[in-house]
Design a protein around this ligand. Structure first.
Ligand SMILES: [Zn+2]
Length: 339
């Protein structure tokens, strides 16, 4: 190593340390101030919240459980997207190795009334989507379905190979009366944890080791109606061409930070393309906070939920698309009041 390359290395290391300290400070500031700063913004949109349905009512029950974790239960079969409950705090994510928390996962499944699941459908392999999926599958008898990177997360946690399905684009699967299609999608613009997980991932590991592994949008058809779950605000031009969905659970994480033209294109490629009648924003909550507390938005400077919701409400009212928020941990009928 030359003197100049050694110096370059030191400069890189000190830049890395300084940027990490700055990041941690931002996280602490954001975490401390977010509930007050954004509580107002959420209250502003409380009129958008869909009404819960009674637990004993017939038909499909859909329950939003934070980030992109959604439970679909028709009384005979239940499936879940992502299945993320551990939600390690920001200091842990920034400075330590992380791992699924069995106790939190067990408590969360019990709270959501989940005993059996046919499948955990994972949209991509970042930790806030995929980390807990194999533990959720182990506790509920489910298979884990997702990218090869997600499969490597499941293998690393010890889920048997016959309970792991590594999907391909446009692959269809059937679980009871649910017909599920995985459509290759894109992640919201970010440089964090890109790439594939190419071998078994055995936690505890750094959050950054949960590489995205490619994103999927998931179409869930049930008794003639279709729901699209688009967990991340990424644009895959033409990917959903020819697909139809009545309701879109639409990932809005980072959407408020994008250019107006990006938001337009995202709406056109996802919501307008599938002819949706209703949009339900997801992935808006601060996933560094425990599920023991009410969900609060991802704090500034990391996101701008108000801008995203204002955009969606305006586009929705201009195009006759109902934009509603789902109450967390309470089942809704996502098709209620739709044609
Ligand atoms: Zn992600």
């Amino acid at each position: 190593m030359t003197v100049s390359s050694a110096r370059h290395g030191l400069v890189q290391m000190s830049c890395f340390s300084a940027s990490r300290v700055f990041l941690i400070l931002l996280l602490i500031v954001g975490t401390c101030f977010s509930p007050r700063a954004y509580g107002v913004a959420l209250d502003t949109y409380s009129h958008l919240e869909l009404s819960p349905i009674s637990a004993s009512s017939a038909g499909l029950h859909v329950t939003f459980l934070g980030v992109a974790t959604i439970l679909f239960d028709d009384g005979e079969t239940a499936i879940m997207t992502d299945g993320f409950f551990t939600r390690p705090n920001l200091i842990s994510v920034a400075t330590k190795k992380i791992s699924p928390n069995r106790e939190i996962i067990a408590k969360s499944l019990e709270h959501a009334g989940v005993k059996r699941l046919a499948a955990v459908l994972v949209t991509h392999s970042h930790y806030d989507h995929a980390m807990d999926s194999p533990e959720v599958a182990m506790r509920t008898g489910a298979v884990v379905v997702g990218s090869e990177s997600t499969a490597n997360i499941a293998r690393g946690w010890g889920l048997p190979e016959d309970r792991i399905i590594s999907v391909k684009n446009d692959q269809n699967l059937k679980f009871g009366r649910f017909e599920v299609t995985f459509v290759r999608s894109e992640h919201a613009p970010t440089n964090l944890a890109k790439g594939e997980i190419t071998k078994r991932l055995v936690p505890p590991v750094r959050a950054i080791e949960y590489r995205d592994g490619g994103s999927y949008a998931i179409l869930i058809k049930h008794d003639g109606k279709t729901i699209l779950v688009q967990s991340s605000a990424g644009i895959a031009s033409g990917a959903l061409h020819g697909k139809k969905a009545d309701v879109v659970f639409l990932g809005v994480g980072l959407l408020g930070k994008q250019r107006a033209s990006y938001r337009d294109q995202y709406w056109n490629e996802v919501v307008r393309e599938v002819g949706a009648h209703r949009v339900i924003p997801i992935h808006w909550d601060d996933f560094s906070r425990s599920l023991d507390e009410p969900l609060v938005p991802i704090p500034w400077p990391f996101d701008d939920l108000k801008k995203a919701l204002t955009f969606l409400s305006e586009r929705g009212s201009a195009e006759g698309v109902d934009v509603k928020l789902a109450p967390s941990w309470k089942a809704i009928d996502p098709f209620d009041g739709l044609p």
